[in-house]
Design a protein around this ligand. Structure first.
Ligand code: SF4
Length: 503
């Protein structure tokens, strides 16, 4: 069986769950599609380019069915949520489509089943009330209703209930749409890790209740819902017992974690509990919603040595006019105050953000505001995305669409400004001694190795090239070393190993 996972780490965790189920059902996985009897593509549908990549991959895999060994082609993921019926109609090679809320259906689609003795992986959140979960107090914030499909208590936030009434999650225009997903995996769900052996993601929540007008994720992934506190802790313990030393907590908005369970500072409490797991060297979370970065959260990050001093807060823009139309609110000055608060509470914290340029109605003045903000905010890492006009999003009907050419020019200009901010900031790293996770030979040349520090999230930030192993003959991928930064480039660093591996 061959499995291709596209898109973000959240989708990767879904792929790992499906691969775990298939493995438990007796499938053997191969990395070569030409050797597979069954092919699965877990798709992404975030923006147009992601959709195109998903369709191209499905077609590529369909060719293995027409001309090769494959007998079945299964398509899963976000593209199915939106275009499931259309995929079945227009690509006849596709034998089954699996939505993000029915991962267990992968077994039936593959003609497999779990061994009779195996416990059901879907007994999640079974009848558990927040009061029993964590605080001993009855929930104030969350509401509960029985989810008949999964036989569990589903939870929601007041904000999500309100947005639902306003039609935020509506799928009425989607032909043959699946019901809104409510699924969450738990610590008993089989999962086959696809990440390097020392690192793993844990999805702590799914869905999103925010109203951002450029984003269709809430329509695709459903209402915000948190995994049980104890389930996340149990999964983290299992992972560390298996040798994982770096855990990245993920969700559309991890800073809302636990609100639907009635927890006040859910993420801070969760980090506090996880940081105490012996053997867990690096713990981080992606992503923070700007107005949910609380004092308590920052104190928790500062308090524990093994919580990475790293915060990824996608801000999307700095012009109040654009942010208002994006339905995110705030402005550059408010964000600067937030950043000041973060830097004061967590010394040496590394900050990442992302912006969208070319949102409908964005003017040259809005861009000038954003440019000034970028110069002042001095982010360590920054991504700039071109606005993608997604049918079904709140921004789709807005007037004042910006031309593609202009969007690209604005994007390039912002990246140029950041390049100079980053170059200066990275120079200050030279001479610092840091713990480095060795990841393996560089793709560019076998003469160099690549690694990451706690200030580099997996697969996102710049690289650390290792060109000097010190007294060591060789390095081992997945082990941690002490290293000194010897050179800094615009985004990447060069390091030499000082000692290690660290036990
Ligand atoms: S916070 Fe906004 S941008 Fe992020 S997933 Fe939710 S709706 Fe989309």
């Amino acid at each position: 069986m061959g499995f291709i996972s596209l898109g973000c780490p959240k989708n990767l965790v879904d792929s790992e769950v499906m691969m775990g189920l298939l493995d438990r059902g007796g499938a053997r996985l191969t990395t070569r599609p030409e050797d597979a009897d069954i092919l699965v593509v877990n798709t992404c549908s975030f923006i147009d380019t992601a959709k195109q990549e998903s369709i191209d991959t499905i077609l590529e895999m369909a060719a293995h069915k027409t001309n090769g060994r494959a007998q079945k082609l299964i398509v899963a993921g976000c593209l199915v949520e939106r275009y499931g019926a259309e995929i079945r109609k227009s690509i006849p090679e596709v034998d089954a489509v699996i939505g993000t809320g029915e991962l267990e259906a992968i077994l039936e689609a593959a003609g497999l089943q779990l061994p009779a003795a195996a416990p059901s992986p879907f007994n999640i959140l079974a009848g558990t009330k927040p009061a029993e979960l964590h605080s001993g107090k009855e929930s104030q914030a969350g509401t509960h209703k029985h989810d008949h499909e999964k036989g569990r208590e589903a939870t929601s936030r007041a904000e999500g209930d309100l947005r639902e009434q306003q039609g935020r999650f509506s799928r009425q225009d989607w032909e043959g749409a699946h019901p809104l997903p409510t699924y969450l995996y738990d610590e008993t769900t089989p999962r086959l890790l696809a990440t390097p052996k020392s690192s793993a993601y844990i999805k702590i929540a799914e869905g999103c209740d925010h109203p951002c007008t450029f984003c269709v994720i809430p329509n695709l992934r459903g209402k915000f819902r948190s995994r049980r506190f104890e389930s996340v802790v149990a999964e983290a313990r299992q992972l560390v017992a298996q040798g994982v030393q770096e855990i990245t907590l993920i969700g559309q908005d991890t800073t809302c974690y636990g609100e639907d369970l009635g927890l006040k500072d859910g993420l801070a409490d969760l980090l506090d509990a996880l940081a105490q797991i012996e053997g867990l060297r690096w713990l981080r979370f992606l992503y923070a919603y700007p107005n949910r970065v609380t004092t308590r959260l920052l104190e928790t990050i500062a308090k524990h040595d093994n919580i990475c001093k790293y915060l990824d807060v996608p801000l999307q823009h700095a012009s109040s006019a654009v942010l208002k139309r994006m339905k995110r609110g705030a402005d550059g000055d408010i964000f600067l105050k937030t950043l000041q608060k973060v830097r004061a509470a967590v010394p040496n914290v590394v900050l990442r953000t992302a912006f969208i340029v070319g949102f409908p109605g964005e003017t040259a003045e809005d861009i000038a505001t954003l440019e000034g903000f970028i110069k002042e905010a001095k982010f360590d890492w920054m991504g700039v995305f071109s606005y993608s006009d997604e049918e079904g999003s709140g921004a789709f009907p807005l007037e004042g669409k910006v031309q593609k050419r202009t969007i690209e020019a604005r994007r390039r200009r912002l990246m140029k400004i950041q390049q100079s901010v980053s170059r200066k900031a990275k120079q200050q790293w030279v001479g610092r001694e840091l713990v480095l996770l060795a990841e393996g030979e560089s793709d560019e040349t076998p003469l160099l190795w690549e690694g990451r520090t706690q200030f580099h999230a997996p697969e996102i930030d710049g690289k650390v090239y290792i060109n000097d192993f010190g007294d060591l003959e060789a390095l081992e991928a997945g082990r941690f070393y002490r290293a000194q930064i010897t050179e800094a480039h615009d985004y990447d660093l060069v390091a030499r190993i000082v000692s290690g591996p660290i036990a």
